[in-house]
Design a protein around this ligand. Structure first.
Ligand SMILES: NC(=O)c1ccc[n+]([C@@H]2O[C@H](COP(=O)([O-])OP(=O)(O)OC[C@H]3O[C@@H](n4cnc5c(N)ncnc54)[C@H](O)[C@@H]3O)[C@@H](O)[C@H]2O)c1
Length: 380
């Protein structure tokens, strides 16, 4: 795997110490949550945003008071950001990363790092060659409930972690199912819906091993393809320390969750096409959660609702700060990158993390043909 050096340019770039100049590239669904979070950071200036869709660009310029550009070339002709936050579809991550790296700009790139391993490795090399830093946007690591769960697991209070599970079952029926377009994931390749294995499960392929402190060594499962009929997706994951991970996704049915499963969320409401930008604090009847089962205790992590429950004999709620609830986690992530740059140290989440998650994803797809467990390269 690739271990990027911290760029030598950082030492010369003293400006980055106090104030981070950021450009936001791609103004789709996830851009507003990023912009909302960045706007609340006093050490960050958004010096430009890029979006080829003129109407959307104008809308964001007005909503957030930012300078817009229709192309990355136009932005780079006028501005010199310290960091480009790449929020474009995965299929474009390589080209955009290479352009900013070649211009001496550090990169924070959304998940999945890329569509192919080849592209992901090329991105890491482009940054290493240019002496810029590549930060993999593993945003779930910055959700307060997830971060707190990790420290509880590490404390040993749950005993040995045997199982970690996420299932997102039930959308609004097959007629209302909307797959990700081939602008994100090419036809015939790994794809599917926004809450499926590729576009969402990639988060879990990063945070399950991070939570358990042990890499995924082998996988078995199946996933949807762009342009193909959607089916139930699943993956079983074996960690080196013998923890098992289970993922299950199906957005083509309807949920059987009952109202008592609902929870009052500290996170913002998801607004279609705009991300988590609604009012803060509302009843969420189907909150997403991750379950962690240990030999002495268990956790239920409501990652976006910002709630955490523990059962070590009796069930208790663990109080969390609300400051980093979604979309605040994008601000915590950028703050982390700023700190890494200020102290000239390797990024907290690097290209290697993005590549590892992508390798596990590809191994799941490879396992389907043979029905056999597949090793994840570099860890078996
Ligand atoms: N971390 C998270 O929780 C999270 C959530 C949603 C999406 N994402 C990721 O963020 C990325 C974007 O997702 P989205 O849902 O916002 O997609 P989207 O399709 O809604 O938006 C992508 C935008 O990028 C623009 N674009 C395409 N090529 C461009 C280029 N070369 N330069 C500038 N703009 C360009 C498109 O016009 C579009 O507006 C993806 O990698 C996705 O996986 C992450």
């Amino acid at each position: 795997l690739v271990n990027e050096p911290v760029g030598s340019v950082l030492k010369k770039d003293t400006e980055v110490v106090d104030r981070l100049k950021v450009a936001v590239i791609g103004l789709g669904a996830v851009a507003e949550p990023h912009l909302l979070a960045y706007k609340s950071l006093s050490a960050v200036s958004i010096i430009g945003v890029v979006e080829p869709r003129r109407a959307r660009l104008t809308e964001i310029e007005k909503l957030y008071g930012v300078q817009g550009y229709e192309t990355t070339d136009a932005l780079l002709a006028e501005q010199r950001p310290h960091v480009a936050c790449i929020l474009t579809p995965a299929a474009t991550h390589r080209a955009v990363t290479e352009q900013f790296a070649a211009s001496g700009v550090h990169v924070l790139c959304e998940k999945p790092i890329a569509v192919t391993i080849e592209d992901a490795v090329a991105m890491a090399h482009a940054c290493a060659r240019a002496g810029t830093c590549f930060f993999y946007g593993s945003s779930y690591r910055y959700l307060p409930a997830v971060e707190r769960a990790r420290s509880i697991i590490q404390s040993g209070i749950l005993g040995e972690i045997r199982l970690i599970v996420e299932s997102v079952l039930g959308g609004d029926g097959l007629a209302n199912y909307r797959p990700m377009s081939d602008a994100h994931y090419p036809q015939g390749g790994a794809g599917g819906g926004g809450y499926g294995l590729v576009d969402h499960g990639i988060h879990m392929l990063d945070i399950f091993p991070w939570l358990c402190g042990s890499p995924i060594v082998s996988v078995l499962g199946r996933g949807d393809r762009t342009g193909g009929a959607p089916e139930t997706e699943f993956a079983m994951l074996k960690m080196l320390n013998r923890t098992m991970g289970f993922l299950m996704y199906d957005s083509c049915s309807r949920s059987t969750e009952l109202p008592y499963e609902g929870i009052f969320s500290d996170g913002r409401r998801w607004v279609d096409e705009r991300g988590w930008v609604g009012e803060q604090g509302q009843w969420d009847s189907g909150p997403g959660s991750i379950c962690v089962y240990g030999t002495r205790g268990s956790l239920r992590i409501f990652h976006y609702a910002n709630k955490l429950f523990i059962n070590t004999g009796r069930i208790e709620e663990i109080p969390l700060v609300s400051a980093g609830a979604t979309p605040g986690h994008f601000g915590l992530q950028l703050h982390q990158f700023h700190e890494d740059l200020r102290h000239n140290r390797p990024p907290a989440t690097s290209a290697a993390d993005g590549i590892r998650a992508l390798q596990a994803l590809h191994a799941i797809y490879e396992s389907e043909g043979s029905g056999q467990w597949r090793p994840v390269p570099g860890t078996a």
